[in-house]
Design a protein around this ligand. Sequence first.
Ligand code: HEM
Length: 384
Amino acid sequence: MSHIPPPGAHDPASADVPDLRYELDAALAQCPVLHDSGAYTLLGHAEVVQAATDPETYSSAVSRHRAIPNSLDGHEHAAYREIVERYLTRAEVEAQEAQCRAHAEALVAGLERGSMVKTLTHFAIPYAVRTQLEWLGWPAELEEELVAWMDRNRAASRAGDYRQTAAVAAEFDAMIERVLEAGDGTGADPTSRLSRETVHGRPLTRAEVVSILRNWTAGDLGSLASSLGVLVHYLAAHPHVQDTVRSAVAEGDSERVEEAILEILRIDDPFVANRRVTTREVEVAGVKIPEGAPVVLNWTAANRDPQVVGDPDAYCPGENREHNLVFGIGPHVCPGLALSLMELREGLAALLRGTTWVHEFEHERAVRLEAPGSGWARVPVVLE
Ligand code: HEM
């Protein structure tokens, strides 16, 4: 087991934005359940797994808005989940590999050598947006609009302003509606196929199609881009891990590359949390949670629980694989896992193949995202 100090953890230059991971570690050391402002946040690995795998006690119907399949429970959830999974099978994912590689290689070829590159702006965000647009069969011209939307969405969730968030969500729905209007619904792309699906023996409604597409894009573009930011930062800050991942890429060992990706994201999980609501009173780690209480499953904290992983910052890809909660667990476990891993692997592999080294930029520190986000807002690097 190798111990690697957390990047920037004790570095005054990056101390202006606190690192949520270390705040969560400190809270978890006090108690695996945090009761704050009426909500119960589960931080411990065992507590998060218990809640995520008991949907009868922890319902996903957390708001008035119906998000498909995220906010559904039981049979209703299973019916829509089956539809979603059809688009994310191994075969569907493999069919996207070549386009992901091509987009990654084109972006890497255009990145400057020897001067500062902004990982998120110049690489991770355009890569996530371009590959997603192509997968869904949406026009490439939407890239700029989507990137600007992602910025507004992030600002709205940081502000925690419900009205602003709702307005930004409505803008996104309008964009999806435009895409659906422009197509004739007969194509083989996922968007057209989805609009021809049926559930409970009737066609999906337009609102259902929009909701499914919203979950594939609105949330996941951001997750993919921030994950890539975390990965590039980690490799730049941990030369011996960069070395081993470079070797795995050179040997074409996709499994080892994916194990490394999962372990780096376990150490620094930018997909922080999901919500539930209790359907009955329940006691967790000695804390009584009443019926109808909002509960937060904090994946970032649970992934670093020392009871399960020992030193949370130790890089141990093989040993920690089975405890990894980056993509969740239980009936709502991420159906986009295979797609995401492939996209991250292709993005990272293209960057490593196209360079001889990725360095941290010595004149400007990386900056953490502000809570409730985690991961990095800025990852300046220099490519060799
Ligand atoms: C690095 C990228 C990603 C991460 C870290 C991630 C993580 C997660 C997690 C932790 C959950 C569990 C939510 C819960 O239990 O409430 C989830 C659910 C989900 N994810 Fe992902 N995800 C990623 C990318 C994607 C992509 C690319 C797609 C689809 C294209 C996707 C589609 C979904 C959907 C539809 C759900 C809800 C599943 C359900 O409720 O049954 N995700 N994701």
